[in-house]
Design a protein around this ligand. Sequence first.
Ligand SMILES: Nc1ncnc2c1ncn2[C@@H]1O[C@H](COP(=O)(O)OP(=O)(O)OP(=O)(O)O)[C@@H](O)[C@H]1O
Ligand SMILES: [Mg+2]
Length: 410
Amino acid sequence: MEESVFQPYLRSHPTFRMDREILRPSYIPGKLPHRQHQIDQLAQVLVPALRHQQPSNVLIFGKTGTGKTAVVKYIEQEFKKADASGTADFLYMNCELVDTAYGVLQSVGNRFIENLDQRIPFTGLSTDRVYSMLVEKLDEKKRVVIIALDEIDKIVYKSGDDFLYQILKINDDTKNAKVSIIGISNDLKFTESLDPRVRSRLSDEKMVFPPYNADELKDILEQRTKLAFDNGVASDSVISLIAALAAQEHGDARRALDLLRVAAELADRSGSSTITEQHVQTARNKIDLDTVVEAVKSLPTQSKVILLGLLLNEEAGNPKLTTGEVYTTYCNLCGRAGLPRLTGRRVTDLISELDMLGLVHARVKSFGRGGRTKEIEASVPAMDVLRILERDEFLAGLKGYRIRLQTTLD
Ligand SMILES: Nc1ncnc2c1ncn2[C@@H]1O[C@H](COP(=O)(O)OP(=O)(O)OP(=O)(O)O)[C@@H](O)[C@H]1O
Ligand SMILES: [Mg+2]
């Protein structure tokens, strides 16, 4: 009988023990090093709920990977532990997943509706109707409800802050139930965009999570490696390297743990018995490339054409283009691909967007007599990204197309 393709892998034993569960982004360790202060502060704000009183609303800020979600989920567990008698409710919601006002009100409401027939439907009612169903249901008994809205900026940018106004108004419309909000965001500018009334009600308490420094990241990594591997798999120098790399890139614990996980996978696949510094460097390149690939894939078609134009010119030996040259190439490519052309102005805007995403680099260049133009250059690995763009169905007409630079002046 023919052997399954899995057999050789099953026979070869892993060279070290690795508990993948513990390395997952969603895993929350029993202790969160360097966040005790924030945990204590949050516990202090929320403890009135366990005494049937309404806690203040809290707004939590901090850059990506600073432990905001981890701390709030940890607090949720601890809160439920302390609230054995069910005095209060703690609801956690990620606003990137539930990203409309209707969605949030509906899913909060449904947590309190046991009878399936009475559940609030996914669509079909007005938001106001869902709001009044929610208020009516909540107010059936005396209770305190804490609602943690993670990535709250996502919903506000998508649907405006009306919904926050509404959710903060619940307490004016109830007699028995009291609601407190924990808003979480990594967008420091987000509160500026809020209506002042909403802002002041939402941020009774404000907490800022600072980025981790290299020493702190090292402690976080050490804790995970002890849980996930046997002794000696990840040496002190490997852990220090990962911590240093992640600290350079704005102290992001997610980045540090991603590096550890990917490096461990690479070590495992290469049959090595330890994670080496080389595995870490390779992991870093792999993660960077994956991020670029994701960003490129999710670009609108017109931006892909602009990027493709830059890369084809780069391949032909001309990596730096003026805005005018980018536009000429863009128009040429659109013609060949049978795509509509945008105006020069729109293309300039799209170039700025690509710049913000870090996919191109644009810099203002002056030339004689006060003239100015931008000099634009792709900042992605050309070969890898060309391969992705070639597979795009809307760019099928450009597959294999190459730009030839004129070598003579005519
Ligand atoms: N103090 C800590 N101890 C242990 N693990 C941590 C700590 N802080 C963060 N982590 C881990 O790092 C990863 C990122 O943390 P988390 O998801 O909480 O970041 P965040 O601040 O919510 O970021 P974002 O703004 O991108 O949502 C998670 O896997 C989390 O478990
Ligand atoms: Mg988070």
